[in-house]
Design a protein around this ligand. Structure first.
Ligand code: FAD
Length: 498
């Protein structure tokens, strides 16, 4: 019925991991959800290396963990890095103890076209009205709140749909994110560009680390090497944004040249051709992906995933942040639709937790870049803690709201800078200790920075595996809320549970 305005409880824009997660988690509580996706799945996307919290936490809550396990994706036990002071590669394992078996300390390397389609099909299965080939053009709003979206379907005719909440999960290229919190703040520190493509195979690291992501720092930046299948390897170079013009003129030549100048990676690819398999036969370029927003919600609308923020791919945090942010948004929406708690309080909880998680990864990544030393390299010299600009530091401190202070009265970079320098030194020390580790404890988890960055992921994993946190969860801030047993809503810990 062309022209009729449809009504829903929630409209989700975008069918990537963030959109599917938000839509499914709301539909699981019996609400009417419309999901509009502009492309037809399966569609190509970058971001293939996952973290355990997505696989064992979010996927379990969404009821899709077994299907993901059956899909035959390459298991990933951690990361191998040629990074830091030492020229020898070192391993980061998800296992807290390398020798003791832990059923959740692995993730997968995924072909995103297949992984994203599994999540979207699951959304459909739990009752989400998923419509592909439907593009959202704008939001419908009055002075009080956002009330829906305008969109067009395959025929191109303009349509409208109304709902109590709109979730923007339309990724990096979102056209509607400016409706919340204005424009994005781009990071100067992470002003990188990536050029990436695929090989029809490649040597693997020795077992059991053959499924690890391998990240190798070289003079001009770093390269990722992701084993997707025996006959498919994703290889991408991350270099300084100043190279953009040259790379865009001839991406294939730039990609080949950069790989050629990183001996660790070119050795693994000796004699292996570029793949001719669609859609992996193209060399692609992405830039300007590190940004955040001053606000992540307004009445009637929330942002999740790349529509909200993203930082840098070296720690494989994109899909984790996207699905985690979407799960937080779904909790606030489910509680809002149930009318149990004040809307402002619900969405402030979403925003505070999401920013906190983002800021942990941001801090960790600055320290991680700082840790690599290469005095002759322009790229690495520019990526030291001392090169985090004052403007970026201030914007970042405002974003995380009190997590760290960039107050100039602390001298130089301020307290935030001091934290980053300490974190970087601590990381370097922990990596140095790997060589004489007893194999019982993972020395990397002796670094507070690493423990913190995996903390929320670990809680999600535990909730997925045991159906709830092992201990009574305390709110992350005074007056804050905690998640319900099933992970789908918020509960006020000060009120008795029904
Ligand atoms: P997306 O996956 O982008 O999905 C958004 C969807 O919205 C798309 O399907 C799009 O078609 C749809 N859409 C857009 N506009 C509209 C509209 N107007 N109407 C309807 N639909 C619309 N992450 C990792 O976890 N691991 C990695 O190894 C990793 N590597 C990366 C490497 C690079 C170079 C980059 C740039 C990123 C990397 N990421 C990685 C990040 C990862 O790609 C993203 O964080 C992740 O895809 C975000 O998911 P999303 O659901 O928010 O958005």
């Amino acid at each position: 019925e062309q022209g009729a305005v449809e009504e829903f409880d929630v409209i989700v824009v975008g069918g990537g991991p963030a959109g599917s997660t938000a839509a499914t988690a709301v539909a699981l509580r019996g609400h009417r959800v419309l999901l509009l996706e502009q492309q037809t799945f399966p569609r190509y996307q970058i971001g293939e290396s996952l973290l355990p919290s997505t696989v064992h936490g979010v996927c379990r809550i969404l009821g899709v963990e077994d299907e993901v396990a059956r899909a035959g994706f390459k298991p990933k036990r951690g990361g191998t890095f040629r990074w830091g002071r030492n020229r020898d590669p070192w391993q980061f394992s998800f296992a807290l103890s390398p020798r003791l078996a832990d059923p959740t300390s692995f993730a997968y390397q995924v072909e995103r076209s297949r992984f994203d389609a599994i999540l979207l099909d699951n959304a459909r299965r739990v009752g989400v009205d998923v419509r592909e080939n439907c593009r959202v053009k704008g939001v419908l709003a009055d002075e009080e709140r956002v009330r829906g979206v305008s969109w067009s379907g395959p025929g191109g005719a303009p349509r409208e749909a109304r709902a109590h909440y709109v979730v923007d999960a339309s990724g990096n290229g979102s056209r509607i994110h400016t409706e919340v919190g204005g424009s994005r703040t781009y990071s100067d520190f992470f002003r990188n560009i990536a050029v990436f493509g695929y090989f029809a195979g490649g040597r693997r690291l020795p077992k059991p680390d053959d499924g690890n992501v391998f990240c190798a720092a070289f003079d001009e930046g770093w390269i990722w090497y992701i084993p997707l299948r025996d006959d498919l390897t994703s290889v991408g170079a991350v270099v300084s944004r100043e190279n953009a013009a040259g790379i865009q003129r001839d991406p294939v030549a730039a990609w080949r040249r950069l790989i050629g100048s990183c001996p660790e990676v070119s050795d693994l690819l000796q004699g292996v051709p570029q793949t001719t398999e669609v859609p992996y036969d193209q060399v692609r370029v992405r830039k300007d992906w590190s940004y955040w927003k001053p606000r992540l919600w307004r009445p009637g609308m929330v942002l999740a995933g790349d529509a909200a923020c993203f930082v840098d791919p070296v720690l494989s945090s994109g899909v984790h942040l996207a699905t985690y942010g979407a799960l937080l948004a779904a909790r606030s929406i489910n509680s809002g639709l149930a009318g149990t708690l004040d809307e402002g309080r619900l969405f402030d909880e979403f925003e505070a937790r999401y920013r906190h998680e983002y800021s942990l990864f941001h801090e960790f990544l600055v320290s991680f870049y700082d840790m690599h030393e290469d005095e002759r390299s322009y790229f690495w010299k520019a990526r030291k803690v001392t090169n985090v600009g004052a403007t970026e530091l201030e914007a970042f401190v405002a974003l995380v709201g009190g997590l760290a202070s960039g107050d100039a009265s602390f001298g130089g970079l301020g307290e935030a800078g001091a934290r980053l320098t300490t974190a970087s030194a601590e990381l370097g020390t922990a990596v140095g200790r790997l060589a004489d580790s007893d194999g019982l404890r993972n020395p990397l988890f002796e670094s507070a920075t690493i423990r913190e960055v995996f903390q929320e992921g670990a809680v999600l994993q535990e909730r997925g595996v045991f159906g709830g946190p092992l201990e009574e969860e305390t709110p992350v801030r005074p007056g804050g809320l905690v998640a319900s047993e099933d992970g789908l809503t918020w509960v006020d810990p000060a009120r008795p549970r029904p």
